[in-house]
Design a protein. Structure first.
Length: 145
């Protein structure tokens, strides 16, 4: 399995608030729609590739649409969204760590089983996606979610 990881980003909110927002796809959808203009330009462009349902997230990818739903949740440190309709194993893991009572560190990681031939084709895009997901996690307005 290949792993594509974002940088560690600091979020100026407590870990429980961050976890409760990120573990609920419907809350994410509502807030991303309301606050898309507050995201970095690169993340705004990629937001057009993301669609939400009540229990999951659909992402347009080079391999077709991916439907992600929460498959693992360890309160308050980990949320895993996994793809059910992909020809390869794929998940997005969000790791949270309390820095102190008011700040949280977050890392987004894409984990995927790619055939060797596809690694060269989509590996860079997946690395970019992980990086942008990390930026988005840091930019979300958690106080208004």
């Amino acid at each position: 399995m290949q792993h594509y990881k974002s940088e560690r980003h600091e979020i100026n909110h407590d870990i429980n608030t961050v976890y409760n927002k990120l573990s609920n796809p419907d809350v994410l959808r509502q807030q991303l729609e309301k606050n898309a203009d507050k995201l970095p330009p690169e993340a705004q462009e990629n937001l057009a590739k993301v669609h939400f349902t009540a229990d999951g997230i659909s992402i347009d990818s080079p391999m077709g649409p991916m439907m992600l739903s929460v498959t693992e949740s360890v309160e308050p440190t980990r949320v895993v969204y996994s793809a059910a309709n992909m020809p390869v194993n794929f998940n997005l893991s969000i790791e949270l760590e309390a820095i102190d009572e008011a700040r949280t560190a977050a890392v987004a990681q894409i984990n995927i089983d790619l055939p060797l031939m596809l690694r060269a084709v989509v590996g860079g895009q997946l690395g970019d996606a992980a990086r942008q997901m990390g930026q988005m996690l840091a930019a979300l307005p958690y106080d208004s979610l």
